[in-house]
Design a binder for this molecule. Sequence first.
Ligand code: ADP
Length: 481
Amino acid sequence: MSVLVIDVGTTGLRAALVTREGTVEHLRYEKCAPTSPFPGLVEFDARAMADAVLRVAAEVVSLADRIDGIGITTQRASTVMWDSQTLQPLAPGLGWQDLRTVGDCIVSRAEHGLVLAPNQTATKAKWLLANTPIADRSSVRIGTIDSWIAAVLSEGSLHVTDHSNAAVTGLFSLDTMNWSPRICELMGVDVAMLPSIVPSSGVVGNATALVGAPPIACLIGDQQSSLVGQGCVTPGQTKITFGTGGMLDVATGHDAPRSPQRSSGGTFPIVAHSSQSGISYGAEAIMLSAGSNVEWLCDDLGLIDSPSDSDTLAATVPTTDGVVYVPALLGLGTPQWDYGARGTLLGITRGTTRAHIVRAVLEGIAHRGADLVDAAKADTGCEITTLRIDGGMSRNATFVQALANATGLPVEVSPVTEATTLGAGFLAGVAVGTWNSLGEAVRTWAPRQTVTPTDHLDRETWREAVSRAAGWIPELSGLDF
Ligand code: ADP
């Protein structure tokens, strides 16, 4: 028994099988990067994305003995508008990083008290409708990537999204767990254009575009999928994905969050996943740059040849010798939400070496990880006793040790670098009977390695360094999304 998982990330997409034993097999990958026609604009070719999904999925299907169901996990909030008759996009897809609607977000807040971020779907949908010639509004469909891929796999018969994806669009009401008629009206979006909202785990139709037409049994946002894929299903269980950026997600249980807005500690409430038996919530904390700081060390400073060299070079020195790096290349997310903060290197002397700087970069990212854990604890009241991690940086032993030391927590490293694939596999598998419950599915999960704290990183000096990095570009620091 196995589940086909389709995982559409920001720069590439994968298809793979998740087995009953919880392993990932026959992974196929294609690059599918968005383009930036102008600074701040991020677009993608939704048809090319769909064709690549069909290619990798068909290849994995051809290698499988049997597919019980399909799980679809995707980058969130990126927006596609298509024609229901032709299944062709009506405009370029707008990536979640696209900032063309910043002005609209500022106006929405000032005029309607509506807090929207430009990376959410709401103002992107508004922009697409306002800037695309449309002959017949009744055949217009708007959705996030999960909806688009479900439509393509079902050859147009499905227009669905799940609670975890819908809840980050900005068009959703956590009170009714459905589209907000008021926000849709303000955005000029007919609710009929939007997908039906279905549970994350449950059969919604068949992927007739694939051999055997397997049932589509899960739709889930990428970070929520990674949370489940690292076995985090009971309140307090927490993961951080350290990729280009860093995302902490913590499971908080079945009680709905008090407010849909950002909490005082800088975390956001999320729907972790849903099924016929109910909704599981969570909270998310965001580090705007993580591995991108390591890329900067390689590609721009030339201090190391590859990201993994940061591990070996940093390990040649026992400490940073007083150097502190604040990884604020794009500003700081949780807890400060200061878009005008900038990367800062403090404490340099004539004796500072390449190794000290590289170590300071890894330790700075580890401190940011600890900041996210502190914010998640304060905002949710959950006790966090262990931290699970995945993503490219989870392969870096020096970094993982620094993270354990900064947080004071044991760090469990995911057995697969991309846990996202496993989560959608678990949720789809539960819906089609591969496992009897999510609890049974996640019992197949075990860390590749557990790293315990060996020392303390100096959090007080770190906080002082953050205060020096803050507010560097006041106009950007004044933005509040
Ligand atoms: P994404 O899914 O965001 O594209 P990945 O999880 O694939 O990211 O991780 C890629 C990021 O992780 C890059 O920014 C890279 O610099 C960083 N990275 C990869 N391997 C290592 C390593 N061994 N040590 C430190 N950073 C690494």
